[in-house]
Design a protein around this ligand. Structure first.
Ligand SMILES: Cc1cc2nc3c(=O)[nH]c(=O)nc-3n(C[C@H](O)[C@H](O)[C@H](O)COP(=O)(O)OP(=O)(O)OC[C@H]3O[C@@H](n4cnc5c(N)ncnc54)[C@H](O)[C@@H]3O)c2cc1C
Length: 471
C-alpha cells in the first residue's frame, strides 16, 4: 500500500512540500481553506471585471531564483516569467529616479561614483547564485555546501542597513539601498536589515525581478498542474479545524503559522513545544491597495515606467524613519510604499489601454488605522495627477488580508518577525519538526522565511521523508 501524506494549506510552501512528497511516491492531498489555491500567490478580479490583481505576491525574484522551483518543469505547465526592462525604480523629490539595472556591469556604470562599491558588495554572490541560493535559502544550523562563499556573505549579513549604506557616497544610492533593506520589515539600524538589502540586490542582478504572465496565480496553477502529474491533488474550500481528522496519514505537513498550528493540533503536542509556539512573535502588518487605472501612472520621472517595481519613500533617512515608526508601533506620516505596475509589461491583466497597480506600506501588526490618504500621498508626491487615473480601488487593512489567508496574522506577510532570534529559532530550534513525530510545519514561519520560493516546504518535506524512512 502506498504511503499517504496530507498538506494543510496550498501556499507556495504547501505546494512545494506536496510536490516533494509526491515525487517520492507518496499519495498526497492538499487541503486548502479558501476556494482558490495559492494563499499569498493568487490573482483575482479585486476591483472591476477584467482587471486582474495579485492578492499577495506580485514580483518574484526568489520564485524565479528558487533552487527547488527551478528544478521543476513549470514552464511546460503554463508559467512564463516577464522581466521589465529594469527591475527597480526609486524616484526622488528632484523629479529624477534611480534606476537599478539588471545587468551588474550596467548597474555599476549607472550608479556612477558608487558603482564599484555596489558591484563589490554583490558580485561574488551574483556570479555564484547557483551555489549561493541553496545555502542562503536553508536553515543556518547545517554546514553550508559552500562555506567560503557563505562566510563572505555572513560578514555582511549581520550588519544593519545603515552600516552598509555608509559605503555609498551618493544620497541616491543610499536611498536605493534603503528601499531594498526595508523589505526586511526591520528597523534599518537593526542587525540583519542589511542582509535583506544585500540579498534583494543580489537577486536583481542574478535573477531579475520578474512577474508571471497573467499574474501570480500562474505560478500556483503551474505548481498544482505539476503536482497532479503524480498521485497528488488539491482540495479547496476545506479548512482543517483539527489534525485529529487527518490521523490516517503517514505524515502531515502544515503550511500554517504557529498560532494556527496550536489551534488545529495543540492537543498533539508536548507542553514545552506548545509553549514555544505561543512565544513566537509576529511582525508588522501591511496596509494594501489595489488600483484599476485609466492609464499608466504619470510619474514625474518617466524612466519609472521601465520598472515593474517602484519604491516610494524618498531618501535613506526618511525610509529609515518610516520603518522605525512601524517597529515602535506607530504609523509613519510619510510611509515607505512598495508599488508594482504589472500591466505595462503584461497587458493581459487589464482591458485594452487600462492598467492596474498594487501598493502597500508597513503598519504595526493588526493596525486599524486607515492609511489610504498617506499611501496615496506618497504616490502623488512622485506622480502628480495619479488620483485622476484611478477608476476603482480596493483597500485591504491587515484584518481584511487575514480574512482571505489565515496565515497573514495581523497583516504580517512574512510569517513572523525575522530578527536575529527568530532567524535562528524559526519557529523553534527544531525548525520543521514538531513534538508529534508525524506532524511538520512548512510555512514561511520556518527557515528561510517569507517570500515566494517554496524552500520552507521543500526542506520540511525532506525532513518528513527522512522521518518516515523514505529518504
Ligand atoms: C500583500 C502581499 C504582498 C506580497 N508581496 C510579495 C512579493 O512581491 N514577492 C514575494 O516573494 N512575496 C511576497 N509576499 C509574501 C508571500 O506571498 C508569502 O511569503 C508566501 O505566500 C508564503 O507562503 P506560505 O506557503 O508559507 O503561506 P501562504 O501563501 O500564506 O499560504 C498558506 C495557505 O494555507 C491556507 N490555510 C491556512 N490555514 C488553513 C487551515 N486551517 N486549513 C486549510 N488551509 C489553511 C491559507 O488559506 C493559505 O492558502 C506578499 C504577501 C502579501 C500578502
Amino acid at each position: 500500500m502506498s504511503r499517504k501524506a496530507c498538506v494543510v494549506g496550498s501556499g507556495p510552501n504547501g505546494l512545494a512540500a506536496a510536490i516533494v512528497l509526491a515525487q517520492a511516491g507518496l499519495r498526497v492531498e492538499v487541503l486548502e481553506a479558501e476556494p482558490t489555491p495559492g494563499g499569498g500567490v493568487r490573482t483575482m478580479e479585486l476591483t472591476l471585471p477584467g482587471f486582474l490583481h495579485d492578492f499577495g505576491s506580485a514580483v518574484h525574484p526568489l520564485g524565479a531564483g528558487s533552487p527547488f522551483f527551478s528544478s521543476l518543469p513549470l514552464q511546460t505547465h503554463g508559467l512564463e516569467w516577464i522581466h521589465s526592462p529594469a527591475p527597480l525604480a526609486h524616484p526622488l523629490d528632484d523629479g529624477t529616479a534611480v534606476i537599478l539595472e539588471r545587468n551588474l556591469e550596467d548597474a555599476r556604470i549607472s550608479l556612477g561614483q558608487d558603482g564599484n562599491a555596489w558591484s563589490g558588495l554583490v558580485r561574488p554572490f551574483v556570479e555564484n547564485w547557483r551555489e549561493f541560493a541553496p545555502d542562503v535559502l536553508r536553515p543556518i544550523s547545517g554546514i553550508p555546501k559552500h562555506p567560503w562563499l557563505m562566510a563572505r556573505f555572513g560578514m555582511r549579513a549581520l550588519l544593519s542597513a545603515k552600516t552598509i549604506a555608509h559605503r555609498f557616497h551618493s544620497e541616491r544610492t543610499r536611498a536605493l539601498f534603503a528601499g531594498l533593506a526595508a523589505h526586511s520589515f526591520l528597523g534599518l539600524d537593526e542587525p540583519l536589515s542589511g542582509a535583506f538589502g544585500v540579498i534583494f540586490a543580489i537577486s536583481v542582478h542574478a535573477v531579475g525581478w520578474p512577474i508571471p504572465r497573467g499574474g501570480a496565480q500562474s505560478l500556483t496553477n503551474a505548481l498544482c498542474r505539476y503536482l497532479s502529474t503524480f498521485d497528488g491533488k488539491v482540495t479547496t474550500s476545506s479548512r482543517v479545524e483539527s489534525l485529529t481528522a487527518l490521523s490516517d496519514n503517514d505524515v502531515i505537513l502544515c503550511d500554517v503559522t504557529p498560532r494556527q498550528l496550536l489551534a488545529i493540533g495543540g492537543q498533539r503536542f508536548s507542553e514545552s513545544y506548545r509553549r514555544r509556539l505561543r512565544e513566537f512573535r509576529y511582525g508588522c502588518g501591511v496596509f494594501k491597495v489595489d488600483y484599476a487605472l485609466s492609464g499608466p501612472i504619470p510619474w514625474k520621472a518617466p524612466e519609472c515606467l521601465r520598472a515593474a517595481t517602484v519604491h516610494l519613500g524618498g531618501n535613506f533617512e526618511e525610509i529609515a524613519a518610516s520603518e522605525k515608526a512601524m517597529r515602535n508601533g506607530r504609523h509613519a506620516d510619510r510611509p515607505f510604499v512598495l508599488l508594482a505596475q504589472p500591466t505595462i509589461f503584461d497587458p493581459s491583466r487589464a482591458p485594452a489601454g487600462k492598467h492596474t497597480a498594487w501598493a502597500y506600506c508597513h503598519v504595526p501588526n493588526g493596525s486599524k488605522v486607515d492609511m489610504l490618504e498617506k499611501l496615496e500621498g506618497q504616490i502623488e508626491r512622485f506622480a502628480p495627477g495619479f488620483r485622476e487615473c484611478v477608476v476603482a480601488r480596493r483597500v485591504f487593512s491587515p484584518a481584511a488580508l487575514e480574512s482571505l489567508d489565515a496565515n497573514l496574522v495581523g497583516g504580517d506577510i512574512a510569517g513572523g518577525v525575522m530578527d536575529l532570534h527568530q532567524f535562528l529559532f524559526r519557529p523553534t530550534w527544531q525548525h520543521y519538526a514538531t513534538s508529534a513525530k508525524d506532524v511538520f510545519i512548512c510555512s514561511s514561519s520556518t527557515p528561510p522565511g517569507g517570500g515566494v520560493h517554496g524552500m520552507c516546504g521543500y526542506h520540511a518535506a525532506m525532513r518528513a521523508l527522512a522521518r518516515v524512512h523514505i529518504r
